[in-house]
Write a protein that binds this ligand. Structure first.
Ligand SMILES: NC(=O)N[C@@H](CC(=O)O)C(=O)O
Ligand SMILES: [Zn+2]
Ligand SMILES: [Zn+2]
Length: 433
């Protein structure tokens, strides 16, 4: 099947026609002949390289009540993604070759996005001994991102070893930066005026910043690649800016929810706003937006963290940490970065596709929209808007913090290797069972 996108605007630039044939962008130009292709009228639509998520929790194996690789892949495709990185904090933990290979296989079987497994840094995410990093890197899954996400690799010696270990594989350590001594297990709210007022155990910004400061020095020392997960404070942005200026190989991501939401939302003790790292005050949100705009923060990553109602619907202190993100990410970025003039669509493509693909070493994704490139692309209507209805999401969980909000822009179509996974804003093959 081939498709002719009529009058589409690549990266929001001048409209042109794009022919998708044989899995690639076969032709770009004005007034292309339709031939046997199905024509999609793309007037007013923006063509982006398929979005790439560096940070997704798909919960399979082990918590299929919250999400499966198939249901999470469907949410991703609807959100405009063509590749996602499946975090390792599953049950069993993805700390060896069999598990990462199984995750990759299930991703292929679902066939909606490329699922790139993340390998654990430490065995069982326990932070004591290294996981089987080399065998995962050399396995059929060819893991290039390693992370204990959910937990911080807090032991400096283990972090140093991990950085050294991944270097020959050109892989990266993605750190969940949280000093467990400064933000203990009870911490669930940004430490500041709001935690005092609400009487919730506080989580100081320095618990994140001190680990990032240590890790960039370890990255400099080892000459290895470090990636900082879900940056949440202004101070972390400063540390990363400094490290990049010094030539250290560090990259960073910010989540959509940290770009839009503040800790003031915790006033009603609604566990939907409970997330790790916590929502922060407006000054931090402004610094995160500025850091993403100037490229200090490389990427938007969803940290899509589905939780079943029986884990999330509890008193604030007892509820699970995490928020859904895949189906709302582009809308939140459109609201916080595009509508504000901080990024144009080319900038969105850079932060949500090109750079994350490069960081994760994902071949064939995040490529320029040029002839001959693999047709991993997404079609966005920048003039549309979408009311977030939790019951309309295809994720198995319902824990979106954006319920009831109207977000700008809408994904109209997503193509994976030239094959549409989403058309007219709907899954081509329906919602997976
Ligand atoms: N972000 C979260 O609040 N939760 C994540 C873990 C994590 O990303 O640290 C999860 O796995 O639920
Ligand atoms: Zn995390
Ligand atoms: Zn996470």
């Amino acid at each position: 099947m081939s498709y002719l996108l009529k009058n589409v605007a690549p990266l929001g630039g001048a409209p042109t026609d794009v022919l998708i044939d044989n899995g690639v962008l076969a032709e770009l130009g004005t007034d292309l002949a339709r031939g046997a292709a199905e024509v999609l009228d793309a007037d007013g639509l923006v063509l982006l390289p398929g979005l790439v998520d560096l940070h997704t929790h798909l919960r399979e194996p082990g918590r299929e009540d919250a999400e499966t690789i198939a249901s999470g892949s469907a949410a991703a495709a609807l959100g405009g993604f063509t590749a996602v990185h499946a975090m390792a904090n599953t049950n069993p933990v993805a700390d060896r070759a069999e598990i990462v290979e199984q995750v990759a296989r299930l991703g292929e079987y679902a066939g909606l996005v490329e699922v790139r497994p993340v390998g654990a840094v430490s065995a069982g995410l326990r932070g004591e001994t290294l996981a089987e990093i080399a065998t995962m890197a050399r396995s059929a899954a060819a893991v290039r991102v390693f992370s204990d996400d959910g937990a911080c690799v807090h032991d400096a010696r283990l972090m140093r070893r991990a950085l050294e270990y991944v270097k020959p594989f050109d892989a990266v350590i993605a750190q969940h930066a949280q000093d467990p001594r400064l933000a203990d297990a009870a911490a669930c709210c940004h430490e500041g005026e709001v935690s005092g007022r609400l009487g919730l155990p506080g989580w100081p910004a320095v618990a994140e910043e001190s680990i990032v400061a240590r890790d960039v020095m370890l990255a400099e020392h080892t000459g290895s690649r470090l990636h900082v997960c879900h940056v949440s404070t202004a101070g972390t942005v400063e540390v990363i800016r400094w490290a990049k200026a010094r030539g250290i190989e560090v990259t960073a991501e910010v989540t959509p929810h940290h770009l839009l939401l503040t800790c003031d939302l915790l006033a009603g003790y609604d566990p939907l706003y409970k997330v790790n790292p916590p929502l922060r005050p407006a000054d931090d949100v402004a610094a995160l937006r500025a850091g993403l705009a100037d490229g200090t923060i490389d990427a938007v990553a969803t940290d899509h963290a589905p939780h079943a109602a029986h884990d999330k619907d509890h008193a604030f202190a007892d509820a699970a940490f995490g928020m859904l993100g895949l189906q709302t990410a582009l809308g939140v970025v459109a609201e916080t970065m595009v509508a504000t003039g901080l990024l144009d669509w080319a900038g969105v493509a850079d932060r949500m596709s090109l750079r994350p693909a490069r960081i994760g070493r994902v071949a064939g994704h995040g490529r320029p929209l040029q002839r001959g490139e693999p047709a991993n692309v997404t079609l966005v209507d920048p003039a549309a808007s979408q009311l977030v209805d939790p019951d309309a999401l295809v994720s198995r969980s319902r824990n979106t913090p954006f319920a009831g909000r109207t977000l700008p822009a809408a994904v109209r179509a997503t193509f994976l290797r030239g094959r549409p996974t989403v058309l007219d804003g709907k899954l081509v093959n329906g919602i997976p069972a």
